[in-house]
Write a protein that binds this ligand. Structure first.
Ligand code: SAM
Ligand code: CA
Length: 247
């Protein structure tokens, strides 16, 4: 039977190569990127922090080196000066940010866990960029609410990186859209959520992956429909969606 017009339209929007599941065809290709373009150019303190974090039991949470390189260049390209990070862990993305900012650049960094931040802090201090960081321990949402209530932070951030509790991303978004400047960027991390965004309902997923998947799916839909931002979802790391505030 000939395909209907609707089927033809659906087909036209699909990736043309059958079986080509992502931009990267294999782990070997990813390793190639790391070894050819990332590790040889990784600043010494980032290498040290990556190796230190690799020994920590929760190291799966760390930002990958290729994503760190991407963030570092992105921040330089947009001349970011005033930034925020929600979800610090041992500080790999924080260090990538701090190294990219000018001497008088600022990062408001938040995490519920200070111990992990302090694990990486000596490396950040040795790199000479700790003075750019204002670390606040505690859940990010009430801190954001206080900032909005305070009034002086509206539209003041050039860049905000969100890499914490995925079930709160949409709550963060409603606040961050107020705090980021028009023309500024918010980056939401892990928006491909381990590839689980396209997993069939009965797929054997790890418990935490399954738990947060619906929140990530909901976030991706909401960002795609939000007229206040332009978006670009990149398959870097576990997926990062950049939102540029336009109104
Ligand atoms: N960006 C980090 C890096 O480059 O290594 C990784 C962050 S890790 C994926 C997520 C972090 O979010 C954890 O350190 C966790 O303690 C923190 N977190 C979880 N819930 C939070 C909340 N409500 N507010 C602030 N931080 C939170
Ligand atoms: Ca992440």
């Amino acid at each position: 039977m000939a395909p209907t017009q609707e089927e033809q339209q659906n087909q036209a929007g699909r990736h043309q190569e059958v079986g080509h599941k992502s931009l990267l065809q294999s782990d070997a290709l990813y390793q190639y990127i790391l070894e050819t373009s990332v590790y040889p150019r990784e600043p010494e303190p980032m290498k040290e922090l990556r190796e230190l974090t690799a020994k920590h039991p929760w190291n799966i949470m760390t930002t990958s080196a290729d994503e760190g390189q991407f963030l570092n260049m992105l921040l330089k390209l947009i001349n970011a000066k005033n930034t925020m990070e929600i979800g610090v862990y041992t500080g790999y993305s924080l260090l990538a940010t701090a190294l990219a900012l000018p001497e008088d650049g600022k990062i408001l960094a938040m995490d519920i866990n200070r111990d992990n931040y302090e694990l990486g802090l000596p490396v950040i201090q040795k790199a000479g960029v700790a003075h750019k960081i204002d670390f606040k321990e505690g859940p990010a949402l009430p801190i954001l609410d206080q900032m909005i209530e305070h009034g002086t932070y509206h539209g003041s951030f050039d860049f905000i990186f969100v890499d914490a509790d995925k079930d709160n991303y949409l709550n963060y978004h409603e606040r961050l859209i107020d705090l980021v400047k028009v023309g500024g960027l918010i980056g939401y991390d892990n928006t491909l959520w381990n590839g689980s965004v396209v997993a069939p309902p009965d797929a054997p997923l790890r418990k935490y992956v399954r738990f947060y998947r619906d929140f990530v799916l909901e976030l991706n839909k909401a960002l795609a429909a939000d007229p206040r931002v332009e978006i670009c979802q990149l398959p870097v790391g576990d997926g990062i969606t950049l939102c540029r505030r336009i109104s």
